[in-house]
Design a protein around this ligand. Structure first.
Ligand code: NAD
Ligand code: DAU
Length: 349
């Protein structure tokens, strides 16, 4: 069946993997990527699909409601998969307003446009909002986030994402807007901007630079390979129940320091270095303000209801990830040669 789908934030890390999957798997769909191309948006991530007949790109700021309205009028979308966001917690601490604008106002602009377009006929229409496990706050030593867990966001980033989730549900309740939400744990893999832990540390090890571990390094995250997240999004978009929330996770918890030590071991092998070389770069630095102690996701609803499971073991995923960054030096150099230097200096000096 033919559909026209809007994917927002398709030039970013996760968005580029979702786009690639949809472009290849659904040649009959018309897929529109709307992205502002902020520092995190990179069309190089989409080089292999940019010439495909079912792919369309629109450079759009979702905060601009007129641009968003025109986009919806032009394409008459059947569905929206909304990934565009400011996504880095540290940046939300230094500049919360950007997060409020894009993550809250931008989402509400999209909701309004979808509500107006689908006002008469909602059949077959869907607004899929891609969110994060950080909306649930921070866990103690035990327990897992369930879909019913109360929201308790603790950073400007997670507060802005929580707010956008609430708006999506409110539009479902008030205007019968057909929606679905997923809340996912930490993604890793190719094309991730090197402000996030893994690509930052891979790049630093490669360049013999220190590895800035926040606080005592005993913070815990659940890690999922980005292509598995994209597969989950495809499943939920096509088979999920309207009005439902699905948690997505890797069943794969690591403390930062254990994860970093594993990364160091694998990097030594990949670079042909003496064992222990990379670990010497570990440097404990001042903690992130308000740093969430532990995230852990129960993704059993998705597993039991829609039959999704992560396909990759973590060690294997990490090896693939390291290999990608080492084989795509130019991609990393293009990013790290410009404004990134200033960001790095401000964040870590
Ligand atoms: P990213 O920062 O790599 O990419 C974000 C994309 O959104 C970029 O292409 C950027 O140009 C675009 N964008 C930003 N502001 C925009 C605006 N105003 N208008 C249009 N486009 C804009 O982010 P990511 O890590 O790929 O995350 C994608 C989504 O998934 C986000 O909503 C994030 O909250 C969510 N998420 C991320 C993770 C993770 O581990 N990275 C985990 C769970 C959920
Ligand atoms: O849980 C999902 C979230 O995961 C997503 O919603 C966010 O968009 C994504 O950025 C990610 O948030 P985190 O804050 O968990 O990711 P980050 O890579 O920034 O940090 C991972 C952990 O590593 C965290 O405990 C902080 C720590 N860290 C991070 C950096 C960048 C360090 O110790 N040193 C660092 O330099």
């Amino acid at each position: 069946m033919q559909k026209t789908i809007l994917i927002t934030g398709g030039a970013g890390f996760i968005g580029s993997h979702v786009l690639r999957l949809f472009i290849k798997k659904y040649p009959d769909y018309k897929i529109v990527n709307a992205d502002k191309l902020t520092y995190a948006g990179n069309l190089e991530n989409l080089k292999d699909i940019e010439g495909k007949a079912n792919y369309f790109f629109e450079k759009i700021d979702i905060v601009d409601k007129e641009e968003v309205k025109k986009l919806f009028e032009r394409y008459n979308f059947d569905g929206v998969i909304h990934l565009a966001a400011e996504s880095h917690v540290d940046r939300s601490i230094t500049n919360p307003m950007e997060f409020i604008m894009t993550n809250i106002i931008g989402t509400v602009n999209l909701l309004n446009a979808a509500k107006d377009l689908w006002n008469i006929d909602k059949k077959g229409k869907l607004f899929y909002h891609v969110s994060t496990d950080e909306v649930y706050g921070s866990l103690g030593e035990t327990g897992l986030f369930l879909e019913e867990t109360s929201y308790d966001p603790k950073s400007p980033y997670s507060a802005s994402k929580a707010s956008s989730d609430h708006f999506v549900r409110a539009y479902g309740n008030t205007y019968a807007l057909p929606f679905v939400i997923s809340n996912c744990s930490n993604n890793y893999g190719p094309n991730q901007f090197p402000e996030k832990l893994l690509p930052l540390f891979i790049n630093n090890i490669k360049n013999g630079k220190s590895l800035p571990v926040y606080g005592d390094g005993k913070f815990t995250r659940d890690w999922l390979y980005v292509e598995d997240h994209a597969i989950a999004i495809d499943k939920i978009y096509h088979d999920g129940c309207i009005g439902e929330t699905y948690n997505i996770g890797g069943f794969n918890e690591w403390t930062n320091i254990d994860l970093i030590k594993l990364l160091c071991k694998q990097m030594d092998i990949a670079l042909g270095q003496e064992p222990g070389t990379s670990e010497k770069l570990i440097t404990y630095v001042k903690d992130r303000p308000g740093h969430d102690k532990r995230y852990a996701i129960d993704a059993n609803k998705l597993k039991n209801n829609l039959g999704w499971e992560p396909s990759l073991q973590f060690e294997e995923g990490l090896k693939k990830t390291i290999a990608w960054y080492l084989n795509n030096e130019q991609w990393m150099n293009n990013i790290t040669s410009g404004d990134y230097k200033n960001y790095y200096k401000e964040q870590y000096s």
